[in-house]
Design a protein around this ligand. Structure first.
Ligand code: NAI
Length: 248
C-alpha cells in the first residue's frame, strides 16, 4: 500500500486510534496533517510520526467549529499543496441513560462526532473533487449499527455518520472520490479504559475473538480504504469488531 506523494489529514490524532491511523498512513509514505483540540499532544504526536522520515505536522482545531475547521483546512492545503485522504476520527462520549441525558450531553456529542465530519468534509472535499481523486474514511462505531443502552447520543451520532458516508459516496463517486466508514467494536484506548471493569468483562464475553481490538487493527482497515487496493470500494461500512455484531 504505497501512499508516497499523497497527503492525509487525520482528526482526533493526538492519541488513541487517530494517532495510530496517522502513524500507519505515514508508514505507507503519506505526508500527514494531524488535527486535534489538544494542541501540545498533537504537536508531540506529529513529531513522533515525522520521526519515521515523512512530513507530519500537528494542528490545533476544534472540529465542532465550522470557522476553526475552515481556517485550519486552508492552512493544511497551503502547507501540503494537496489532500488525498481525509479521516474523520475525532470523537467523544457523554454516556448516560436517556432519562438523565441533558441537551448539553446530546449537543456536544453530535457537534463533535457528526458535525465535525461535516465541517472537515466541507473544508477539504472541494480539493479532492477538483483533483478528481481522494478517499474519505469516517470512523463510526458498531454502536451506530446496533444501538447501545446509555449511549443514545453517541449511537445517533455514529448512525448519522454512516448516513453521511453513504450519501456522500453517491454524490462524490462521479468525480473519483470514495467515501467509506469503519465501525470499530471494543478497542483498547483511553475512551474504553474509563469503563468499569465489570462492563469490560461483560464485553469480552460477547466478542467471538475473545479480546479487545488494538488501535493498529483499526488503522490497518483505514489504510486499506485509503489506498488504491480499495479502488472499487465506496459507500461501505467495514466492521472491525472481533465478530461482535455478526454474533448477535
Ligand atoms: P480517544 O478519546 O483516545 O481519542 C479521541 C481524540 O479526539 C482525542 O485526541 C481528543 O482530544 C480528540 N478530540 C475530541 N474532541 C475533539 C474536537 N472537538 N476537535 C478535535 N479533536 C477532538 O478515543 P479513541 O478511542 O481513539 O476513538 C477514536 C474514534 O474511534 C472516535 O470517533 C470514537 O468514537 C471511535 N471509536 C472508538 C472505539 C473504542 O473502543 N475506543 C469503538 C468505536 C469507535
Amino acid at each position: 500500500m504505497d501512499l508516497a506523494g499523497q497527503t492525509a489529514v487525520v482528526t482526533g490524532a493526538a492519541r488513541g486510534i487517530g494517532r495510530e491511523i496517522a502513524n500507519r498512513l505515514a508508514g505507507a509514505g503519506a505526508a500527514v496533517a494531524m488535527v486535534d483540540v489538544v494542541e501540545d499532544t498533537v504537536v508531540q504526536s506529529a513529531a513522533e510520526v515525522a520521526g519515521a522520515g515523512v512530513a507530519a505536522r500537528g494542528y490545533r482545531c476544534d472540529v465542532s467549529s465550522f470557522d476553526d475547521v475552515a481556517a485550519v483546512g486552508e492552512r493544511i492545503v497551503a502547507d501540503f499543496g494537496r489532500v488525498d485522504v481525509l479521516v474523520n476520527n475525532a470523537g467523544i462520549t457523554r454516556d448516560k441513560l436517556f432519562l438523565r441525558m441533558t441537551p448539553e450531553d446530546w449537543g456536544q456529542v453530535l457537534a463533535v462526532n457528526l458535525t465535525g465530519a461535516f465541517n472537515f468534509t466541507k473544508a477539504l472535499a472541494p480539493v479532492m473533487l477538483k483533483q478528481r481523486s481522494g478517499s474519505i474514511v469516517n470512523i463510526a462505531s458498531v454502536v451506530g449499527l446496533a444501538g447501545n443502552a446509555g449511549q443514545a447520543n453517541y449511537a445517533a451520532s455514529k448512525a448519522g455518520l454512516i448516513g453521511l458516508t453513504k450519501s456522500l459516496a453517491k454524490e462524490f463517486a462521479p468525480r473519483g472520490v470514495r467515501v467509506n466508514a469503519v465501525a470499530p467494536g471494543f478497542i483498547r484506548t483511553a475512551m474504553t479504559e474509563g469503563l468499569p471493569e465489570e462492563a469490560q468483562n461483560q464485553m469480552l464475553q460477547v466478542i467471538p475473538l475473545g479480546r479487545m481490538g488494538e488501535p493498529a487493527e483499526v488503522a490497518d482497515v483505514v489504510l486499506f480504504l485509503a489506498s488504491s487496493l480499495a479502488g472499487y470500494v465506496t459507500g461501505q461500512v467495514i466492521n472491525c469488531d472481533g465478530g461482535l455484531i455478526t454474533a448477535r
